[in-house]
Design a protein around this ligand. Sequence first.
Ligand code: 13P
Ligand code: SF4
Length: 354
Amino acid sequence: SPSDPDLVERARAAKAKLGDKVFVLGHHYQRDEVIQFADVTGDSFKLARDAAARPEAEYIVFCGVHFMAESADILTSDDQKVVLPDLAAGCSMADMATAEQVAECWDVLTEAGVAEQVVPVSYMNSSADIKAFTGKHGGTICTSSNAKKALEWAFEQGEKVLFLPDQHLGRNTAVRDMGMTLEDCVVYNPHKPNGGLTAEQLRDAKMILWRGHCSVHGRFSLESVEDVRARIPGVNVLVHPECKHEVVAAADYVGSTEYIIKALEAAPPGSKWAIGTELNLVRRLANRFAPEGKEIVFLDKTVCFCSTMNRIDLPHLVWALESLAEGNLVNRIQVDKETEAFAKLALERMLALP
Ligand code: 13P
Ligand code: SF4
């Protein structure tokens, strides 16, 4: 839907008034009405790297979800303030691993006698607490664009990886990129005693996958891949690695949001694509590439927005920008000092990956 012209004008005016004092970051899953005001757009890796790109900006308005804003706060200086336009913009996957559950899991691994061999690798989509746990235990953060490098690094440090919290990204990377088998992976269920695993299973496993998933990408099925191939002969199926293993195995290409965009930019005119990722991005790409004769469809019949990404809408952005322009710091995301120190260690290990 087209954005309200009055709100567009207000956002423009507030941004102009703030000038260099504000830096707006936008994740690819954001609405069109929001993304038009982003100074930088990107996938989670690019946004983590770019968050620190404007040290002179007093305010960083993060149009994305809570864990991204936390990471931006961790990676920027203390006098830079990170603002999330709607505090309800969380991530259901990140919520699937709490600090207490992960501490309990570490006890289970210790009890089974495997903790010393385990290196934690945590997906960016996790709370600052989980990132701090990761840093404290010698591990690294990864995103969907560097998960392979992160696992390669981790297996140089230890014999096993505890992968948090997305089982699908962990499994897909292990099997597709690292030559492991499905049997090398076990799933730790935080809602069961001992994660639902025996000490023997933990000793035999190479990858211990946390039982988390993305509710948006979890909706794509093998059937949706088969359907689209039947409907559109010659279609290229391109999916995000947060999709289930069977979907990823049936796809032609797999990658992060930034990878998806690059692949479509490089695609020849007349090519056909079915994309398995969030709908705001797929719609934007379909509109952008239609004039070049690239046919882009959504890999599903049902509408599939990320509801929390969508919480950031133009009214919230206008409110945040106007408040800042009037000198009111609203919706600041600030990670406490101790958590920040360990989480930063883990994030910096990721940024230092080759
Ligand atoms: P990327 O942008 O890193 O591909 O991640 C997708 C996602 O789910 C962010 O929440
Ligand atoms: Fe979280 Fe999935 Fe939304 Fe990404 S798309 S923010 S992983 S719920």
